[in-house]
Ligand binder design. Structure first.
Ligand SMILES: [Zn+2]
Length: 82
């Protein structure tokens, strides 16, 4: 995978173009992670913008690590044994 994220933050539009419609939000304080659906947000929102706004449902920590939920991109059976 190419690494362009350091210079150009991925936006929700970029992410959707790759077939991903949700984020994984990870709490660095307690280790909780959760899928966050972003269907209601516009394409122009950068993915890193979500992290600082997140509040952990378990420990109350403000600020989390948000990243595209890449695993949902794989269609069922994509890696099925043969
Ligand atoms: Zn937490």
């Amino acid at each position: 995978m190419r690494r362009e994220a350091e210079t150009t933050p991925m936006t929700l539009g970029n992410m959707r173009a790759n077939g991903v419609r949700s984020l994984i939000v990870y709490c660095g304080a307690c280790g909780r992670d959760a899928v966050f659906n972003v269907d209601t947000y516009p394409d122009s929102v950068p993915v890193p913008a979500f992290g600082p706004r997140m509040v952990c449902a378990r420990c109350g920590m403000i600020g989390a690590d948000a990243r595209p939920n890449w695993t949902e991109r794989q269609p069922p059976g994509a890696w099925a044994p043969r």
